[in-house]
Design a protein around this ligand. Sequence first.
Ligand SMILES: [Zn+2]
Length: 305
Amino acid sequence: MKRTLARVVSVACAACIALSLPRLAHADEPVATAPAQLPSAPVRFVLTFDDGPDGREKDNPTESIANTLVDNPTQKGIKAIFFVQTRSSNGGATARGRALLQRNRAQGHILALHDGSSLGHPNHCGLSDAALEQSLSDGLADLATSAGRPVTLLRPPYWAYDERTLAAYARHALAVLLTDVSANDGKIWGYHGSPRRRSHMASDMAHVQDRMQRGEIPDTDGATPIVVTFHDTNDYTAEHMQEYLQMLVDEARGAGLTLATKPFYDDGAALERAALVRARDIAHRADMVPGWWPWLHRLIGDCQH
Ligand SMILES: [Zn+2]
């Protein structure tokens, strides 16, 4: 109960930050990638997780999810990208959290940056130039140890970006990866279930299918990479990860998408290549901000470009 209460408070605080700081994101940069060829290459899922690692000693969702990715009925040996908060007081800053980052890396997953500050989960648009630079340089320094290789990808908290933050990311050679499908699991609404998650996923898949038919999603290595986002700090997600993996396959087929023989990437290098192709497709970046976030950012509008 204590943990649940703490989680609700933490979620409420995160929501407060979101409501107090946000801004908007649209992309008006030039097109950087060629249009997809039609008919589209079969779909593979670029599985991503935000906000981790979790620092709990027992019943750790980051650890549980990694175990499910290794062995599950849908596809064994799945590789994922973890967008991490390297100095979160209940995650990345703990010995447990750092050990899990190294474990994920050793298992062939890709470590990428969400935030490198100790501010919790800050909207980068609300940070000063100096604070944002500190967050990025600290985060990359932390990951240089954990990731064991250069970090290429960043996902901004709250899907929030503007020209100033994009320029800061570019100075560190970080490509910004948003998402096509979101599990909407970044918050816990006081209960543990999500009765609409299947219909929500079906809706996202139908939207993906529309965009593929319009040639708006580039392919690479013979596949069309579709980015999917979960949160590895969410207990519910961890407990239902196996079900979620099969749900992705089922709902994609239900939307008429053709899946690759292996629907999920099982090679870290191929996974990172696919993610970079999507991240560098800046002409369609604004289409990869999920759900109601564009509306919220427009409503608050303090981070426009
Ligand atoms: Zn986040």
